[in-house]
Design a protein around this ligand. Structure first.
Ligand SMILES: Cc1cc2nc3c(=O)[nH]c(=O)nc-3n(C[C@H](O)[C@H](O)[C@H](O)COP(=O)(O)O)c2cc1C
Length: 145
């Protein structure tokens, strides 16, 4: 049975909703899933024991890419998470009206790859994730396959 970790940072609940849908989908596929809110989470050894990690984060800021507040300390210490050699996927909600649409997803993907993780896929949601519930489920299934 695959052991999968989902970590998310979410201010208004949109990326948290995605995390919940991903969790349900992966559990339905027989995986053992743990979902953690990035708030107050320590990066040290975070990925130990997992076959795959899903990272979710929304994007904030105006003229630059800003990660969701709770995710920033985790991002800054990601090198301590032992993500090297792990399979990973990145997701998040944003608004395409902003210059850096879902820029947090791109920034996390880039950092994970620099740390030696294999990012198999990313998913960006423009607006309300509940309107694309089925797409989130099929994306999660494909990413974890
Ligand atoms: C002040 C402000 C700045 C934002 N900046 C961005 C941005 O740079 N890029 C983007 O894609 N979305 C941006 N958004 C949209 C949020 O990322 C979006 O509302 C998202 O659904 C929030 O997800 P969360 O509830 O998981 O935190 C911004 C929203 C606000 C209110």
């Amino acid at each position: 049975m695959a052991s999968i970790l989902i970590v998310f940072g979410s201010t208004t609940g949109n990326t948290e909703y995605m995390a919940g849908e991903i969790e349900k989908t992966l559990q339905g596929g027989g995986a053992e899933v743990k979902t953690l809110n990035a708030s107050g989470l320590k990066a040290d050894g975070l990925c130990d024991g997992y076959d795959m990690v899903f990272f979710g984060c929304s994007t904030w800021g105006m003229n630059s890419i800003e990660l969701q507040d709770d995710f920033i300390p985790l991002f800054d210490n990601l090198d301590k998470s032992n993500v090297k050699g792990k399979k990973a996927a990145v997701f998040g909600c944003g608004d395409s009206g902003y210059e850096y649409y879902c820029g947090a997803v791109d920034a996390i993907k880039e950092k994970l790859e620099a740390l030696g993780a294999t990012v198999v896929d990313t998913m960006k949601v423009d607006g309300d994730p509940q309107s694309v519930q089925a797409d989130i489920a099929s994306w999660a299934k494909k990413a974890a396959a």
